[in-house]
Design a protein around this ligand. Structure first.
Ligand code: FES
Length: 292
């Protein structure tokens, strides 16, 4: 059966493949890596402390304030309210953009191409709304409204692209959420315990589900191998110790997960890895879903 997509989706799909945007993407990525270099700052901006990406939550404030201002702008006698909402949206747009920049800098190329246009639309929106505020303060109400509606149009385009990034390209989604649905019930043999390297990651697959195994002496931890950030293979990553805790570092964007509980030590991931139950029977390592 032939498949059809909305024309606007076709345009955005083409945007993902437009390598002409790459010089801008590369420049912005290096800038973000310099400006947002400290890991602690990046973790706050990603939302590691929240267990959820921070950026989508922050976008509610400018989008909500500017949308409400658009409604007030068509209601007579509500100019002060509209101006207050526009100023609120402008102030909230700054931390929203910074958190988005941190997330964007740790995405794949096709995400980043769409993300650059998403950011440009929102910067244009902010410019229009700032100019609208200026016009309102000078008493030029009609011009202020016109500029605000131009800002609303740009913001809507930016919002559409943000939706494409989140829902079509799954940036910010938990890429490991399906493990409990995919992993077969019961205990599964992974091999002799002593065949796993000591202090180094290894990979085994149970009915199509890839697992990360890290053995330290007689102790062994097993996590889902697919990084919750963007599905990077954790078994190709590096074992490290952070504040006395054994951790695995994803080879793609450096997310760091504790082996003891799968929790996120450092982003860009914000969702933990699934950790499986282990037992050793007759010298062989077995795993099952936790809580079974
Ligand atoms: S895939 Fe991005 S940090 Fe793992």
């Amino acid at each position: 059966m032939p498949t059809t997509t909305a024309p606007v989706t076709d345009v955005v799909d083409r945007l993902e493949r437009t390598s002409m945007l790459d010089p801008v993407v590369n420049g912005l990525r290096s800038l973000s890596q310099k400006v947002l270099a400290p890991q602690g700052v990046r973790d706050i901006l990603h939302g590691v402390w929240l267990g959820h990406p921070l950026h989508p939550m922050l976008t509610d404030v400018p989008i909500g304030a500017w949308t409400a201002a658009a409604v007030l702008d068509v209601v007579p006698g509500t100019g002060i309210g509209a101006g207050t909402l526009i100023a609120t949206g402008c102030a909230a747009a700054v931390p929203t953009a910074v958190s988005g920049l941190a997330d964007w800098s740790e995405l794949h190329g096709p995400h980043q191409r769409v993300g650059v246009i998403h950011a440009a639309a929102n910067v244009i929106a902010l410019g229009f709304y700032t100019a609208s505020l200026g016009a309102r303060m000078r008493g030029r109400k009609a011009r202020g409204k016109m500029l605000a509606f131009a800002g609303f149009t740009a913001m809507s385009a930016g919002g559409y692209l943000g939706g494409h990034l989140a829902f079509r390209q799954a940036a910010g989604a938990n890429h490991g959420a399906d493990l409990p649905d995919l992993f077969p019930s019961g205990w599964h043999d992974l091999g002799r315990l002593d065949e796993f390297p000591d202090g180094a990651p290894a990979k085994r697959t149970v009915e199509g589900v890839d697992l990360l195994i890290v053995r330290r002496g007689q102790h062994v931890d097993v996590l889902s191998n697919k990084c919750s950030h963007l599905s990077g293979p954790l078994s190709d990553g590096e074992f490290t110790v952070e504040e006395g805790q054994g951790c695995i570092v994803c080879p793609w964007h450096g997310s760091t997960f504790r082996l003891s509980d799968g929790g996120v030590e450092h982003g860009p991931a914000t969702s933990p890895q699934h950790r499986l139950e282990t037992r050793v029977t007759g010298g062989r390592l077995e795993v099952s879903l936790a809580g079974e």
